[in-house]
Design a binder for this molecule. Structure first.
Ligand SMILES: [Zn+2]
Ligand SMILES: [Zn+2]
Length: 307
């Protein structure tokens, strides 16, 4: 068995799903943000400015920055309601219609009478968006918070801005707990770039699709036909009855994780293929794959459901 991201026709397109501009609190104009990502070799980005009244609920019109192999998906970072810690929800929504109705979210503090975060996320999903739980560790998100976001397609497991700005990049712990509860979620790595500091070009998705077009990419993301990376490439994953084989760019570790404590690792020098036994995952309904290169940069597969 080969997961869809590798079995499906097409090629991988590299994209950043979480980016800010001067339409909210970013340092650069939408045009300059798009220019920089395109110059860096990205195939697409989603500008996801903060969807609050303070910034007049921006959903950037980036259609003018498309072309020459680069495209954009309209999106926003949505905010409404309080998490368990009393702070405002952050929810990533990629693929929003331009006329998505504003929430009652004046600024970055929760106010009475707002939609809850889960309600706003559900509205975004119904409107066609790919929805991700943003930066769980940075938010101080509890498992109950994460569980309540039933509309989520994915968990942001690496946020480069939260890594460089707060050393709180992680969402893998939250993801693994939700997977073990049976939630079929994918994972994404993002930049959350604001360009005030070195918060860009650090985490991205590789989406398998037949063309680099917004609707096609969105459909592939919703179907989980992608992996996430800080540098290494995942080129193939094949599951046999007793083992898993991973093909990748040169790495020093290939790890398979499952529910609870289940994990296997193979260490080596410049490995481009590794085969690991699946015996430790007999009781895990899911597994996922992480590879780590010599610089410590990772790539993560989406979860693979075994039964
Ligand atoms: Zn945020
Ligand atoms: Zn953000």
């Amino acid at each position: 068995m080969t997961p869809d991201a590798f079995a499906a026709p097409g090629r991988f397109f590299r994209g950043n799903l979480h980016t800010h501009s001067t339409l909210s609190d970013g340092a650069l104009s939408p045009a300059e943000v798009c220019r920089r990502y395109r110059a860096e070799g990205y195939d697409f980005i989603s500008l996801t400015d903060h969807f609050v009244g303070l910034f007049d609920y921006p959903i950037a019109d980036t259609t003018g920055f498309r072309g020459n192999g680069f495209t954009t998906i309209p999106g926003a970072e949505l905010h409404s309601g309080a998490m368990s810690n009393g702070e405002l929800w952050h929810i990533l929504a990629v693929g929003l219609p331009a006329d998505f109705a504003p929430s009652h979210s004046p600024s970055f503090a929760p106010v009475d009478g707002q939609e809850t975060g889960p309600e706003l996320a559900a509205r975004a999903r119904d409107a066609g968006a790919f929805v991700a739980v943003a930066h769980p560790q940075w938010s101080g998100l509890t498992l109950a918070d994460a569980r309540s976001l039933e509309a989520a397609h994915a968990v942001e497991v690496y946020n480069h801005g939260c890594a460089t700005g707060a050393d709180r990049p992680d969402g893998l712990h939250t993801l693994d707990l939700l997977l073990t509860e049976g939630r079929h979620l994918s994972l994404v790595a993002t930049d959350d770039a604001h360009f005030h500091g070195p918060d860009h070009f650090g985490g991205w998705v590789m989406v398998k699709a037949e063309e680099n077009a917004p609707e096609t990419l969105l459909e592939a993301l919703k179907a989980g036909r992608h992996y996430s990376s800080q540098g290494p490439e995942l080129r193939g994953i094949t599951l046999g009855a007793r083992e898993i084989t991973v093909d990748c760019s040169a790495v020093g570790a290939v790890i398979v994780q499952g529910a609870g404590t289940a994990a296997e690792v193979l260490h080596g020098i410049s490995m481009t293929q590794a085969t690991l036994p699946l015996s430790r995952f007999r009781r895990s309904p899911w597994i996922r794959v992480t590879v780590i290169d010599r610089a410590g940069r990772r790539a993560w597969s989406n979860p693979i459901w075994l039964n």
